[in-house]
Design a binder for this molecule. Structure first.
Ligand code: ATP
Ligand code: MG
Ligand code: MG
Ligand code: MG
Length: 355
């Protein structure tokens, strides 16, 4: 009999649209070549209100490639706990949801309660990977080099008018300009600003505080941006290293999602020792957050000094046909179709190890 795969996509995050495109590509891979004999796909769509939709509706969304509604608050909270009947028949889940409510451990908690294997990192690793402050703590325990940073809370920014100027002074003294202000728990560069002056810093802190209670400010580096894909559970493997280039000020939301604004180079043109270090650091980062299945680990490579800083780990990276994660594996010798198959095997392996 075929294994029933629940392909879970959409979700209440700014990366909803990307999730639909990722899910389309994965659905196609599950229906292709040898996978068609092994797997039966049941798609499930979580709309922008957080409501789950049946495979029939989900298939329409996949075919159309666009969201069903604009999102808001659902009037009836009980509906958030109503899952389509078909969900009970799923034998392995493939969640491909990005950002908050998708990549941060929340959906992983729900799938854990369902007692069915699922693709990707578990609750703790997802939450640690998503929260940039928790992530940096885990990385520093693993001796991974990082840029200088400071943790900031929303209350320091908003609640006390005496604290705020001192906070800005401290940031200027410790980190200088340019620096990057980020909400701790987001993705796709949402809420992130690059700042070069006191007034920009003040505005950026105020803006980031509107997204999250926890903020981070980092010293800016002039560096090449390189990324490495990790695949596996224990003894995970690293892919070749890729590079992203762009003309804009930094790799912001618009650059990420406008066709032609960013270019990927795979493999990146790097000294072999740099590529090897990046791969070794990617695996260490994956292990530091207890990653499982897949992750994309991002780095800053400062060519002038040879320094490599880890930027972040993304435990559920973009998975469209054009995304860095599957492209890195394709260039390493694992096709998109094989990758999807392997991730499902890894989900089952991890589940069996735990139970
Ligand atoms: P993703 O969509 O990959 O999850 P994200 O929202 O988690 O991204 P970051 O990767 O932290 O955000 O930052 C987004 C971009 O901002 C980086 O790719 C880089 O271009 C720029 N950037 C962030 N921090 C720094 C820094 N300390 N120095 C230089 N550039 C930075
Ligand atoms: Mg990220
Ligand atoms: Mg991300
Ligand atoms: Mg990033």
């Amino acid at each position: 009999a075929k294994l029933r795969v629940g392909l879970l996509f959409g979700g209440r995050s700014g990366e909803h649209e990307v999730s639909i495109i990722s899910a389309r590509a994965i659905a196609k891979a599950l229906a292709g070549e040898s996978n068609a004999q092994k797997y039966e796909t049941l798609p499930f769509y979580i709309d922008k209100d957080g409501l789950w939709h049946s495979p029939a509706v989900a298939q329409q969304v996949l075919d159309a490639g666009v969201p069903r509604n604009e999102g808001g608050e659902t009037g009836d909270r009980a509906k958030l706990w109503q899952f389509p009947a078909e969900a009970g028949t799923v034998e392995v889940w493939f969640p491909i949801l990005h950002g908050p409510n998708g990549e941060d451990g929340t959906i992983q908690g729900l799938l854990t309660l369902m007692q069915v294997p699922f693709v990707g990192t578990g609750v703790m690793g997802s939450a640690v990977g998503m929260d940039k402050l928790a992530m940096k703590t885990a990385f520093s325990r693993a001796d991974l080099p990082q840029v200088k940073y400071m943790a900031v809370t929303r209350s320091q920014v908003w609640s006390n008018p005496c604290v705020f100027p001192k906070l800005c002074d401290e940031i200027e003294q410790n980190l200088g300009y340019p620096c990057f202000v980020k909400p701790a728990n987001l993705g796709s560069s949402v809420g992130i600003s690059k700042v070069r002056s006191r007034s920009e810093l003040e505005a950026a802190l105020d803006s980031a505080a509107s997204y999250d209670r926890r903020l981070i400010v980092e010293a800016g580096v002039v560096a090449r941006e390189v990324e490495c894909a990790v695949l596996g559970n224990d003894n995970a493997k690293a892919s070749v290293v890729g590079e992203i280039t762009y003309e804009s000020d930094f790799y912001d939301y618009e650059t990420k999602y406008t066709d032609g604004k960013a270019s990927l180079f795979i493999p990146a043109e790097l000294p072999e020792s740099v590529a090897t270090q990046v791969q070794e650091m990617a695996i260490r980062a994956f292990e530091a957050v207890d990653g499982a299945g897949l992750s994309r680990v991002d780095f800053f490579y400062v060519e002038a000094t040879g320094e490599i800083f880890i930027n972040e780990i993304n435990t559920l990276p973009g998975f469209t046909a054009l995304s860095m994660y599957p492209q890195l594996w394709a260039k390493t010798g694992v096709s998109f179709t094989e990758l999807v198959d392997r991730l499902i095997e890894l989900a089952i392996e991890r589940h069996t190890d735990k139970s």
